[in-house]
Structures are given as C-alpha cells and as structure tokens.
Design a protein around this ligand. Structure first.
Ligand SMILES: [Zn+2]
Length: 426
C-alpha cells in the first residue's frame, strides 16, 4: 500500500491535554515514525496537516445497526459508513434486531457482514432468548464466536433470578453484562421523564427512579455473583452517584457509560413534541446534565457511547408517545463534544480519546491505537477551525433522527484511516 506522510500535525493522546507537534509516517498499515525532524520519503504521499489535530480513531461500544430485521432504518453497511463519517472505526452492535442476536448462527452472519465494512464490527449477545427475560440465550455458542458482552439492551432483565443465574454461569467464561436499567411498571409509555415537560404535554412521565432502582439492583446482583456489570446510558445524577458509591467500595467490578445527548440536552429541549429529543432513558433535567458532566470529568464514567439508534423519518413523524425511542449519534458525537466542550476548555482532547477511543477498545479486549511508532495506523485528522453542517446529504446513516439535523457545528473530520487504508478524506 501507499506510504502516507502527515506533516505538521498536532498529535493528541489520552494521557495529556497538551498537543505535540510532529510529522508522522505511515507505511504498510503501521505508524513507522513520529517526529519533528522526520523527512518525507520520496515515495510517500504528503498530507499537510498544519493547524489540524491527529488523534486515534474513536470506538463506540453501544450502537444499533438494525440488521437483521429493520434494514429500512439502518444496515450494517450504512451504519459503518455513518461511523466512518464521524471518525469511528470500531463499534459494538446491540442485539435487539429481528431475529435478536441470541444465537451463534445470527451472530455469525452479522460478524460476516461486518467484515466487509472496513471498520471493526463486534456484536454483543442477548442474555435471554429473544430478549424475553425468561430462558437463557445460547451463551456458550456465542462465546465461541468471540462475544464477550451480554445484554438485553432495550429492556432490563425483568426477573432478577434469571439475571443472577446468567451471571453465575457466564462469569466463568469471562463474559460481562451490560444493563439497560428501567423498571417497566414505573416507566409508563417510555416517552419522557417525569417532570414539568411531561405535565405540560399531558403525557405520563418515567421518573428517574425507574432507572436508578435497576442500576442498584443489577450492581447488587453482580456483587453477589462476582460478575462484571456495565451500566449503559446513565441519564440521572442519582443513578451516577449509585455507581460512584459502588465503585468506591471496590468489591464489585462495575463500569458505566454516558451518551453525549444525556450531557447536552434536557427535557426543556423537547419543546412541543419534538421527537428528535425522545430517547430511552429519557432526557432528564439541566441539573442532571451538569452532574453527569462532572461525573465524566471525575472518571465515574469509563466510556462515552452514543446509543446510535436510527429510525426512519416516517416513524419519528408520529405523535410523541407512538414515535420510537432513540436518536442517531455516530456522525455527530465527536464534533458535538468538540463544539460544546473541548473548544471551550470544559475538558481536553485527552478525555475524549480516553473515554471514546482507548477505554472502549480495552473494554472489548482490543488494543488502543495511540499515534506512536509501531502502532496500527487507525486515526483521524480533525480541523478545529472547520465547520460541519449535518444535512441529510452530509449524513451517511439511512436515518437522520438527530437534534443536530441541519445545524452547523464547529470542527470537521477531514481524514479517517484504518489499518493504513484511507476510509474518508475531504
Ligand atoms: Zn438501552
């Protein structure tokens, strides 16, 4: 393959907010050299990266590619194109497809489709058959295909005895559990949080305790069984404090993720039934936003993950209760984190790289991809002076259900490389 010489880069890493100026030489899919005095070999193609930031590509441990079953919303191929467009070169699929990813045959077909995309496509597997919460899924068969994450995402495992049994069984294989936390009886129509907006719109809300109760329940089950529990898409301040409390005890392996939308938006943004602000767990209050942001900075959250959840324009145009939950996130996450936080000094690139690139890879037993000699060339080039307008034409996902639709944000992703191959260049 062709050699690439990226000159005048500012290099970002997970260990320091400072950017290091250097040239970078890539050949045969590997970063061959990094240095301020490097000279471009005559056979290498030069990309002048002056003013731009070179960083490891992102990895998203919570995405919904809707194949098999809901290909009108997203396919594995279109989802991967969306990922690349957002600087993401690896993802973990959630299993709420149709059929559900609860058996080796379906998971094998998903992984095969993933291999044709150019990015790393991993799959989680269901805890229970059909995510019904009753019988255990074919856990051992899925493990043999490399599945490590078990989740019934979209729902909690209703019966704690079923989850307890699954934990005792699967922890022996080194598998871990990712929990969508929600008491269904409290969640009502699962449309929005309990509070002033629900009252104003006349819809029964889902109180934060519906989420917090299961966060605590599932960590307790992990504590009792010795399993590793990962809490998905935490939306409430008290839910986060529950995780912090358990982490500080130190006698249970608990990790957690936060989604960009739960940092950036609150119930106030719903306005008059705007379904681009409808997701599950729902948007809570501005106080929750602020608390979650502090939790991210303090390390309560191990990962940033988008919960990329594409739905067709038709589905999202239904009334607020009927419209499905979820928004897309792969294409907007990195740029919105820059636009909202990094550009204003709220946190540095080091946090973004740690929580949205390095830790998610470690979490899935992959190696991080720092910009260092000898490492795999899996990176992106970010222009902090650029702008991105999230038009329908710009976005590669089959669905454009995002609050950022037609908005212009600061920052652009100009180059995405994986294994030395240029996946995107603009
Ligand atoms: Zn979920």
């Amino acid at each position: 393959m062709n050699a690439l010489f990226l000159s005048h880069c500012q290099i970002a890493c997970e260990d320091s907010p400072d950017l290091v100026k250097a040239h970078v030489l890539v050949e045969n899919g590997i970063i061959q050299a990094v240095g301020a005095d490097l000279v471009k070999p005559s056979h290498a193609r030069e990309i002048d990266a002056k003013g731009r930031i070179l960083m490891p590509a992102m990895f998203d441990a919570h995405v919904h590619f809707r194949e098999p079953g809901f290909e009108a919303k997203e396919t594995i191929a279109s989802g991967a194109r969306a990922a690349i467009n957002g600087g993401v070169t690896g993802i973990v699929m959630m299993p709420n497809t149709s059929p559900a990813l609860d058996n080796p045959a379906t998971i094998r077909s998903v992984l095969e489709a993933g291999k044709k995309t150019g990015i790393t496509v991993l799959s989680s597997g269901c805890i229970t058959k059909g995510r019904q919460g009753k019988e255990l899924a074919a856990i051992d068969g899925m493990r043999q295909l490399g599945v490590t994450m078990l989740t019934d995402d979209g729902d909690s495992v209703y019966d704690p005895a079923v989850l307890y049994r699954a934990m005792l069984y699967a922890k022996e294989f080194g598998m871990f559990f990712a929990s969508h936390c929600e008491v269904p009886e409290l969640a009502g129509p699962r449309a929005l949080t309990e509070g002033p907006t629900a009252y104003r719109l006349g819809i029964k809300g889902s109180p934060a305790c519906a989420e917090e109760i299961i966060i605590d329940r599932d960590i307790r089950l992990a504590h009792a069984t010795g399993a590793h529990i990962h809490i998905q898409h935490v939306s409430s301040a008290l839910g986060m404090e529950t995780i912090r409390w358990w982490k500080e005890r130190g006698d249970v392996k608990v990790t957690a993720e936060v989604a960009p939308h739960h940092l950036m938006f609150s119930e106030d943004d719903i306005g008059d039934f705007d379904t681009h602000y409808k997701m599950n767990p729902p948007l809570r209050t501005k106080r929750d936003n602020a608390a979650l942001l502090e939790g991210l900075k303090q390390g309560v959250f191990d990962l940033i993950a988008t919960d990329h959840a594409p739905h067709t324009a038709f589905e999202k145009s239904q009334d607020f209760v009927s419209a499905p939950n979820g928004i897309t996130g792969l294409e907007t996450a990195l740029i919105s984190l820059y636009d909202r936080y990094v550009q204003h000094g709220v946190f540095g690139w080091d946090l973004v790289i740690k929580r949205y690139s390095a830790e998610p890879r470690r979490f899935m037993e992959l190696s991080p991809v720092p910009i260092e000699a000898g490492k795999t060339a899996e990176f992106l080039l970010f222009d902090p002076q650029g702008e991105t307008t999230f038009t329908k034409e710009f976005m590669q996902s089959r669905s454009q259900n995002t609050p950022f639709l037609n908005q212009t944000l600061r920052g652009s992703i100009d180059l995405v490389v994986k294994d030395g191959n240029v996946l995107l260049e603009r």
